[in-house]
Design a protein. Structure first.
Length: 290
């Protein structure tokens, strides 16, 4: 199958190839016979920009405002919001490259941002791990609560994110797409395990949520958010791409991967909206007051 540069995260080797060569036709022209999903994908990306950026900025503001009464997972949520703000900046450049340009130079910038988004499940995994320890190993969680291991873990994760994005930006590493394939499958399985274990433990804590320990109630809210993100945003690409051979190359590259990755990239809006839905937002936002 000929090389074809697509516009979202890679799961299998035919998705978003690393090398984009100059072509006489734009990507939109090559998919002109089935443009519906491509238009839908670009629409989601612009929703990410217009809704995701303010939503993520609101998350950052709330975390800053409530830092004296913050959750242990807020440090990870903050990193995820920062990551999503950066990713939500790319739709104008992405639209230009897909619809109008046939040059390869601007794809270096997009590949870097795609690499940033590819690795966002690592931060979600940190949130899942934090909630897992809080619920299933509360004694260990209490001992570690005031230590700096979370800050160290954040630094390690960002080093991985930037290294991955830089390598993806270069675009000439053989079989590099397999790194994301194994990473997304591993993190997806890890997040499912943590959340199922948390739900099981919470279910055993009493017949109703009102009888749960306050820490477990908070963990229950977190697990619902993470499960919603996993199922809606990350399950479609994991479920669709193993069946790549059942689709024609044209249908797969112009239709299937845009459906899957459109939903995956839309997590940049879903994540902050779900977080805000469980937070008490002040009616009067005195953003400029100390």
């Amino acid at each position: 199958m000929e090389e074809f540069h697509i516009n979202s995260s890679v799961l299998l080797m035919s998705v978003r190839p690393l090398n984009y060569t100059v072509r006489e036709k734009t990507i939109y022209e090559q998919c002109r016979h089935m443009p519906t999903v491509l238009i839908w994908y670009l629409t989601l990306q612009f929703i990410n920009m217009f809704l995701g950026i303010p939503a993520n900025l609101m998350v950052l503001w709330l975390i800053h405002k409530n830092r004296s009464d913050s959750s242990t997972s807020d440090i990870y949520i903050l990193q995820l919001a920062v990551l999503d703000v950066f990713f939500c900046l790319i739709p104008p450049l992405e639209l230009t490259n897909i619809v109008f340009l046939t040059t390869s130079s601007t794809w270096y910038v997009l590949r870097f941002f795609y690499g940033i988004k590819d690795t966002s499940p690592l931060i979600l995994s940190c949130i899942c791990l934090d909630r897992y320890i809080a619920v299933l190993h509360p004694i260990t969680f209490t001992r570690l609560k005031d230590r700096q291991h979370r800050a160290v873990l954040v630094i390690v994760v960002w080093l991985i994110i930037l290294a991955y994005a830089a390598a993806k930006c270069v675009g000439n590493i053989p079989n590099f797409e397999k790194v994301f394939t194994w990473m997304i499958l591993a993190t997806f399985a890890f997040m499912l395990f943590c959340n199922i274990a948390i739900l099981w433990a919470l279910r055993q804590s009493g017949p109703g949520r009102d009888e749960m320990h306050p820490m477990k109630k908070k963990a229950f809210k977190f697990v619902l958010i993470i499960l919603a993100i996993i199922v809606f945003n990350y399950f479609p690409p994991v479920a669709l791409f193993p069946f790549q051979d059942y689709f024609s190359p044209e249908v797969f590259r112009c239709y299937i991967h845009y459906v899957a990755f459109g939903l995956m990239d839309f997590s940049s809006t879903i994540q902050p909206v779900l977080y805000l839905s469980k937070e008490k937002i002040p009616q009067n936002l005195h953003c400029c007051q100390p």
